[in-house]
Design a protein around this ligand. Structure first.
Ligand code: FE
Length: 352
C-alpha cells in the first residue's frame, strides 16, 4: 500500500513520531513486524505521476509500506537540512546530478559500498563515494528544424556559436540546473576560457530571449522562431507524442574524435540516495537495488522517455527510434562540483 502525500508540514512530524512510538509501545506485535508496518519514507522531486505506479508495484509485491512525499527539489533539500538527524526521509529521489551532488555535499546522504548497485549502474552515472546512484539517463542534445536545417551543418555544441547560426539559436534560461550542468561539463572538458568563449558565442547567436523551459524552445523551433536549440531528450519525446507531424528532430553532437571538444553527448541522470537520517536503511537499500534492477528500469526510464541507467535494459521503442549515440563518459558528479563556477561563467558571458 502506498500513501502518497504532497506535503506534510514539519510541525506535524514530532507528533506523528510520538504517536508511532506509542503504538509500538502498547502493541508488542508491532515490534516484530516493524518493516511491514513502518512506512519507508521517500522524499521525491520527481513528478509523482511518473514514480507512483512503480512504487505501487513494489509495495504490492513486497508488502513494503511506502510514504511518498513530493516537492520541488530546492524546498525538499532545504527541508531535509532543517530536519537534520530527525528527518523522516529514508530515500531521496531527485533529478539532475547537480541536485544529487548538492545533497551529498550537504552531508544529507549515506555512502554505500554495494556490489549489486555497482554492478547495475555504470561508474560514470553514480557518485564515486556511493552516496547516490543514477537511475535514468537524459541526453541534453541539439534539436533542429527539419524544414530549415540540413544535418551536415551540425557537429558540436560549440559549433552552435558559429556565424551560420546568427539569430537562429534558441536556449532555455541559464537559471535552470540543466544548463548549469551542461556548462559545468564543458568546463571539465576544456577549461573555463574555452567554455566561456562558447557560451558567449551562443548568446551572440540567440534569436530571442532565453525561454523558461525546454518545451518552449522546441515549440519555437517548430514555429519558425529559431532553427536550433539545446534540450533534454524526453521533452522532445513528450512533444512527439502530442503532435502528429513535428518539424523538429534531435541531433547527437560531438560524436567524432578530434573535433576539438570532449567526445560524446552530454548526459545527466535522475537518481537516488539513502539519507543519513534513514532509520529504515535495509528497506531503503532493497528499494534502491530494485529501482536499479532490470525489472524496474524499463518502467522507471520509459515512463519519462528516458534511457535506463542499467545498460542491460533497452530504452522504449520511441526512444530507440532517435538512434544510438556516444555519450560523454565524464562522471556526472562533475556537474555538481563545477556548478557554482558554471553559474558565474554564464553570468560573465551575459547568458540570462
Ligand atoms: Fe525536466
Amino acid at each position: 500500500m502506498l500513501r502518497a502525500k504532497l506535503w506534510v508540514t514539519p510541525a506535524h512530524r514530532p507528533l506523528l513520531a510520538l504517536m508511532a512510538a506509542c503504538v509500538a509501545a502498547v502493541l508488542p506485535a508491532c515490534g516484530q513486524q516493524q518493516s511491514a508496518g513502518e512506512p519507508l519514507v521517500i522524499y521525491s522531486s520527481r513528478n509523482e505521476q511518473l514514480i507512483k505506479p512503480l512504487l505501487d508495484q513494489y509495495a504490492s509485491e513486497t508488502d513494503q509500506a511506502i510514504e511518498l512525499v513530493t516537492g520541488k527539489e530546492g524546498p525538499l533539500l532545504q527541508r531535509m537540512r532543517a530536519e537534520g538527524d530527525q528527518s523522516p526521509a529514508d530515500l531521496l529521489l531527485t533529478v539532475d546530478a547537480g541536485n544529487l551532488w548538492k545533497a551529498a555535499d550537504d552531508g544529507l546522504l549515506r555512502p554505500l559500498d554495494d556490489a549489486t548497485l555497482e554492478q547495475r549502474i555504470p561508474p560514470h552515472l553514480r557518485d564515486p563515494q556511493g552516496r547516490w546512484f543514477g537511475l535514468s539517463v537524459r541526453a541534453r542534445t541539439i534539436a533542429y528544424s527539419t524544414e530549415r536545417v540540413q544535418t551536415d551543418a551540425l557537429s558540436t555544441y560549440a559549433a552552435l556559436g558559429e556565424p551560420q547560426w546568427d539569430g537562429r539559436l534558441c536556449l532555455r534560461t541559464s537559471k535552470k540546473v540543466y544548463n548549469q550542468s551542461l556548462v559545468a561539463m564543458m568546463i571539465a572538458a576544456k577549461g573555463e576560457d574555452i567554455a566561456q568563449a562558447t557560451v558567449e558565442s551562443w548568446v551572440a547567436n540567440l534569436a530571442t530571449e532565453p525561454f523558461a523551459n525546454d518545451t518552449a524552445v522546441l515549440k519555437a523551433i517548430a514555429a519558425g522562431q529559431c532553427d536550433v536549440g539545446i534540450v533534454n531528450s524526453y521533452y522532445f519525446g513528450r512533444l512527439q507524442r502530442e503532435a502528429d507531424e513535428l518539424p523538429v528532430a534531435l541531433f547527437w553532437p560531438n560524436q567524432a574524435e578530434g573535433l576539438g571538444e570532449a567526445r560524446g553527448v552530454h548526459v545527466n541522470v535522475s537518481g537516488a540516495g539513502i539519507t543519513k537520517a534513514a532509520d529504515q536503511f535495509d528497506a531503503a537499500l532493497a528499494l534502491l537495488r530494485w529501482l536499479a534492477s532490470a525489472e524496474a528500469q524499463a518502467g522507471f526510464a520509459g515512463d519519462n522517455l528516458e534511457y535506463p541507467a542499467n545498460p542491460a535494459v533497452e530504452p522504449v521503442p520511441q526512444v530507440q527510434a532517435w538512434g544510438d549515440f556516444v555519450p560523454s563518459l565524464i562522471n556526472v558528479s562533475t556537474a555538481g562540483r563545477l556548478q557554482a563556477d558554471a553559474v558565474k561563467l554564464m553570468e560573465r558571458a551575459g547568458y540570462r
